[in-house]
Design a protein around this ligand. Structure first.
Ligand code: B12
Length: 297
């Protein structure tokens, strides 16, 4: 894989990969006939694990000093920090591995009926998506099995949103993701919780060009534009897109961000609200209603 492909695959910027190569001697890419870097699959897998552990707060210097086996042992050990796996999650992983999509959907719908939308989203859907991502990174699930989970979860989340009916609002929230962001499950989860909290939601799905986000927000008379940023989002590019978006959106329209990638952009300043956890969305909406001010720093 080329350096650009490794950046896309792992979320590690090209410059970082080159610096690590010089400073730590890892990764050690091969070269193609034109002298361009080529990364073998085993090194990409190791880089994925390094990134995952860095997202949990570990320093790259420490991680890159470990050989492949020691890194894997650390990853196993630190998966204890992840939310505990429930019996349902084990069942879901089994159903994915045995390709029983219909059965998985039935199980999830039953949990939705039993627990209600809020608990289903916070306690079942979000941890399940993360655990499936971890299982894929460990090589326990195939890409097509991960895709299957996304499709099943999307279907169940859409069913949950439809069941809630359309609240009258306000505020009216326009939901979408930035042009390079294909992760849309967090967006659906935010839509479900916001709908439950009585906000009117219009979702454009994923990957909307910036000028179209602005045009849609004006056309829909939106109070808030809410974006979902996954951990795959490149911080520098995200900050730049958010700056452009903030500058082009009318000041009265709020710009809110959530998702694993939103935690890194807290310092963008006025006119952007970062909502760390979905559970905080209700409080943010109460706040908006109490002050009546959409654009907040
Ligand atoms: C499903 C999935 C995909 C699917 C997405 C399908 C879909 N329709 O969404 C597909 C196959 C498209 C995909 C593609 C890729 N993916 Co992917 N994917 C995942 C996976 C398994 C689940 C994502 C997810 O939904 N997570 C659950 C969400 C809901 O969690 P969250 O982002 O933390 O959000 C929570 C809150 O913050 C909040 N929230 C989210 N949004 C918002 C918005 C608002 C307004 C609010 C208030 C709150 C809020 O709600 C959530 C619940 O608490 C993750 C694993 C993981 N750990 O997340 C990998 C993961 C995110 N993907 C990853 C990668 C590398 C990729 C690809 C580069 C792979 C590739 N080679 O193509 C591409 C990139 C595509 C792109 N340009 O965006 C990596 C990112 C690594 C990193 N840290 O940089 C992960 C972490 C997998 C891994 N373990 O390595 N992926």
């Amino acid at each position: 894989m080329s350096i650009a492909a490794v950046e896309r695959e792992t979320g590690l910027p090209k410059d970082t990969l080159r610096v690590w190569e010089r400073r730590y001697g890892f990764p050690r890419p091969e070269r193609d006939p034109r002298g361009e870097r080529l990364y073998p699959e085993d090194q990409i897998a190791r880089l994925r694990t390094v990134k995952r552990l860095m997202d949990r707060g570990m320093r790259p210097g420490r991680l890159l000093a470990l050989d492949a086996d020691a890194l894997m042992a650390l990853a196993e050990e630190s998966s204890g920090d992840a939310p505990p796996r429930s019996a349902l999650h084990d069942l879901a992983l089994f159903l994915l591995k045995t390709h029983q999509a219909g059965e998985l959907r039935r199980e999830l719908v039953q949990v939705l009926m039993r627990d209600g939308v809020s608990r289903f989203v916070l306690e079942t859907a979000a941890p399940l998506a993360r655990q499936v991502g971890d299982a894929w990174a460990r090589g326990e699930l195939q890409v097509h099995e991960e895709h299957l989970l996304s499709e099943v979860l999307q279907a169940v989340l859409r069913q949950a949103i439809a069941q809630l009916g359309a609240p009258a609002g306000p505020p009216l929230i326009l939901l979408t993701t930035l042009p390079d962001e294909r992760h849309g499950l967090g967006l659906l989860m935010a839509e479900a919780i916001a709908t439950l909290e009585g906000a009117r939601c219009v979702s454009l799905g994923t990957q909307t060009p910036l000028h179209d986000i602005v045009a849609a927000a004006i056309a829909q008379n939106a109070d808030i534009v809410a974006l979902s940023l996954s951990s795959n989002a490149t911080p520098a590019q995200t900050v730049e897109s958010l700056r452009l978006l903030r500058a082009q959106l009318p000041p009265a329209i709020g710009l809110w961000c959530g998702g694993a990638g939103a935690g890194r952009i807290k310092r963008l300043g006025k006119g952007l609200r970062v909502i760390g956890e979905l559970a905080e969305l209700g409080a943010a909406l109460d706040d908006w209603r109490a002050t009546g001010v959409a654009a907040r720093g």
